[in-house]
Design a binder for this molecule. Sequence first.
Ligand SMILES: Nc1ncnc2c1ncn2[C@@H]1O[C@H](COP(=O)(O)OP(=O)(O)O)[C@@H](O)[C@H]1O
Ligand SMILES: [Mg+2]
Length: 314
Amino acid sequence: MEYVIECENLVKVFKSKPPVRALDGVSLKVPSRCIFGFFGPNGAGKSTLISILIGLTLPTSGSAKVLSYDTLHESLEIRKRVGILPEGFSFYDNLTALQNLKYLGMLDGIPPDEVEKIAIEILNKVGLSDRANTKVSTFSRGMKQKLGIAQALLKNPELLIFDEPTVGVDPEGVIQFREFVQSLVKDGKTVFLSTHLLRDLGVVCSHTAIIRKGKIVAQGSMEELTQKMKGVKGYGYEIHIKTGDVNRLAEEIKKLPQIVEVKMEGANKLKVFSGEELGNEIFMLLSKGGYQVEAMVSLKPEWEDLYKFYSEAI
Ligand SMILES: Nc1ncnc2c1ncn2[C@@H]1O[C@H](COP(=O)(O)OP(=O)(O)O)[C@@H](O)[C@H]1O
Ligand SMILES: [Mg+2]
């Protein structure tokens, strides 16, 4: 299977007063075995799309397939095979972590004589085994998130869909989450991460779609997206000089072709953005001008730049 999710022109209009066009012609393809970042601000339509994917919300028009099953007619098959962490997932606070998982596992159809063993294995995998017999009411936000991931893994799904998985999680928890997601992909799974927190999760995604006001403004592999940005701020360099006049250097660099921006960063540092590769030209300027160079590094386009660029493009 090449794609685990395929949406074709999905439209969702909520018939509230006034009506809300939450999805406005969304077409999306998620390749299998990747970490896919579904990014967009609050209210962009991310949770609505997820709800359609698992058959809980009917689209106004358009169609979608998950693991080759149609969301309109085969949603039970989808729910058997997809692990979901819904936004704001909550547990039975008065039950322990293990009791919660056993209960949810049985709802997932795991036979009663197997469910405990599976639940214990998964608690171990997400790093909660020492809390297996503790009531969830005492759990921190980060621990609840781990338990949320654990419940999504119960049925050993090929596809995992996480909706805002890092909201309220501390930086250390975010790093652990990234590593965990990478290990899932090594096990052959596909992970769909829906979030407005680009900073938390952008770095681990190989593929992405950016949604804004119900419309996809960009999608593809990270590489494809940065390629398209060339000519805008495709190349960046940070130049740190030891000796020489940094202002004069900035003026000289500004004369090179395709320069988009030259920024001073303190007394002896410059950031240069250009539409074409200028590493050699800058190097020549530095040696001709007799500058002593402390360091010169290429800057990769930042995820945030990418997001800003595509969000402002429409
Ligand atoms: N049941 C509903 N009735 C009316 N409007 C809704 C409903 N669910 C979501 N919306 C609206 O649809 C838009 C998209 O919401 P949502 O999919 O939750 O966005 P996101 O998950 O990206 O924050 C928002 O304007 C939201 O208010
Ligand atoms: Mg949401």
